[in-house]
Design a protein around this ligand. Sequence first.
Ligand code: LFR
Length: 497
Amino acid sequence: TTGTTVLAFDMGASSGRALIGQLQADANGDRKLEVSEIHRFPNHAIQVGNHLHWDILRLLHEMKKGIRLAFQNGYEPSAFGIDTWGVDFGLLDANGELLGNPYHYRDSQTDGLIEEVSGLIGQEALFKQSGLQFMPFNTLYQLYAMKKAASPKLDVAQTLLLTPDLLTYLLTGIKSCEFTMATTTQLFHPGTQSWNSELMDKLGIPSRLFLTPVQPGTIIGPLSDTVVDELGVSSMLAVAVGTHDTESAIAAVPAGDEPFAFLVCGTWSLLGTEMDGPLLSDDTLKLDFSNEGGVGGTYQLLKNIMGLWLLQECKREWDEQGNEIGFPELVRLAEQAEPFRSLVHPDDPRFFSPGGMANKIRAICEETNQPVPTSEGEIVRCILESLALRYRQALEQAERLTERTYGGLHMVGGGIQNRLLCEFTANAIGKPVWAGPIEASAIGNMLMQLVALGQCRDLREARKLVAASFPIDVYEPSYDAAGWSSAYGTFLGFGRV
Ligand code: LFR
């Protein structure tokens, strides 16, 4: 039996993907989601003068190619959805044209602005009206940076579209704003569930730019006629999915009805737990967790951790030096390196900006009187052990905040292909890790399309579909408990929450 077909675009900081999802039912009526990747393309940050940008038109080009390929391969998707990283945006002028190249969230324009804005508004006040961890890249600081730079773009802009909404607009001509992305801006008020125009006024950010958010699962509208003509395909409906990739990934965690802890593992690592609403307690502020809007009326209490970015950057540097080593080989070298030789706190702010990663790691090891890692294997081992210990710290913090304990950790996303990281994590937390699915963001994206199309009732039913469709790998804690717990002691000594 042939069922519904949907197309998901999942845009990550290092690559983008187009995947087809097909909902199939067997003779007993048991349903499964089958996923196949039809297009994958790199995504590069591009430095132009003083600013770091995304190449948004290249992404649009690759997405069009993805649509064409879908039809050429004989699929007839009824809908498509787009999810991307958080916080970034484009501005449109009164004619609906894009004003300039969107900034990359790692652009240095926001350096020092957390402190400046906290000085103006008050850290606690800012937290209570946004619920977010203080991350330098939040949309709020980006817009404040433009304001401070007297950017003429801000004056002429009519509409702000967050990246997934912008890409949807470029394919449909329809402007929209999806809720989960809106909650990454630090300008959306979790109490009033609306844009915080009072805060915008105080900071000189024009509130006219913001559209009223719609919930994930809302149908936006068809591909524009020009795109349909250009590509020679039949039309399909754009759906506002959980357009923030992290939220789509969490939607695809194959959890049941019990509270659960998750780790979305990609360029970033997002560790937390699903809630019915935001937890705006003093401890949430103290431990610097985020409350991000999720799909199906959920809120996700989570910690943003620097993640595999550390490894990606080292690899990029080594590649550029002509020392090309694939990820599997790097992981193998790490496996052979000496355990617990040196550790860093992955959220040291120095790691945030691109470049010089291996040297930053070495400098921090030296500062903290540890052996300085020299070989690739030593550096990768340091990164992976440090991440696993960071996960333990964040998991314990999440347990403290929610006064719950979790029996294990669901890991999803591309990072779980790194089996050593999954093993280390199970060992560090002393609990099982349930790893899968890998393509969680794309799958979660598809799930909300199925909800929009009436093929799936809700998030609960969607998660059952994931559990029925994709295998998971179980990692039991297995190795050197004493070593891990003493390493954790060292790690906590770094004194960073
Ligand atoms: C992960 C992610 C995180 C967000 C970061 C920057 O891909 O979306 O949730 O904090 O990227 O936008």
